[in-house]
Structure formats: C-alpha cells, structure tokens
Design a protein around this ligand. Structure first.
Ligand SMILES: [Zn+2]
Length: 135
C-alpha cells in the first residue's frame, strides 16, 4: 500500500495520494479560513427559489415517509420538479404556491402516496381553503 504524500504515516486513499486524516484536516482548515464566505454562499442558496424548492421537497418527503406514503419506486426527480415548478409560479405571479397531493396523504377514506402523479401545483390560498374543508 502507498503511504500518504503529506504525512507519510497513514495509508494513502485519494487520487492525490493523501490519507483520510490529512484530507479531513485540510478541509477543516479551509472551512475555518473561508467560513464567512462559505456561510453566505450557503445562505444565498437556501434563500433562492431553487434552494427553497429543494428544502420543501425534502420536508415533504420526510413527512410522507413517516406516513408510510413514500414508496421506494417513486421518482424523486419528478417530485422535485413539482417543487421547482411551484417556486417558478411564485416567481411569475408574485403569489405563494403550494405543491398539493391530489389524493391527500391522510385522507378520510383513502390515503394517497407521495408520488409524482399524485402531485399538483396550486395557489396557496386554494390549498389552505381545501384543508379547512377536509375533503
Ligand atoms: Zn496523511
């Protein structure tokens, strides 16, 4: 086994011939030196429509998983497209949009699944009105 190019102690792992420990300490030092910059880039992404769509999609996924409504065969890329679509409509109209389950995950008589063909993008005001009716 090849030894690490940096410390010469541990067994090398990555393409540059550096060990896990050296890579870790390099990453840590890089983060510390560029903390403010990294944080502001991450914050800007979280607050961008794409970042928000991603977060909404992952929260919905977690919720669906808890409800046993997230089948292994669901197409995650298609699902994410709905959440991006909602942000796109918000951007176009200036009105908040939600991704709605056509058949609700916790319906009275039937429960829908968190899959792409059970999703639709609707204005938030309609979504909120719907949940008051409990249909
Ligand atoms: Zn090393």
């Amino acid at each position: 086994m090849k030894m690490c190019n940096k410390c010469g102690v541990e067994t090398a792992r990555n393409k540059k011939g550096e060990c896990v420990n050296c890579v870790k300490s390099y990453n840590k030092a890089y983060y510390e030196a560029n903390k403010d910059n990294i944080k502001s880039v991450q914050k800007a992404y979280r607050q961008s429509p794409k970042g928000k769509a991603k977060r909404n999609a992952s929260r919905a996924k977690r919720r669906a998983t808890k409800l046993n409504a997230n089948p292994s065969w669901s197409n995650e890329d298609h699902i994410k497209m709905w959440y991006e679509q909602a942000k796109h409509w918000e951007w176009l109209t200036g009105e908040p949009y939600h991704v709605d389950h056509v058949v609700p995950l916790q319906g009275k008589n039937v429960s829908g699944l968190h899959v792409a063909h059970n999703l639709e993008v609707i204005p938030a005001r309609l979504d909120l009105a719907k949940s008051n009716i409990h249909c």
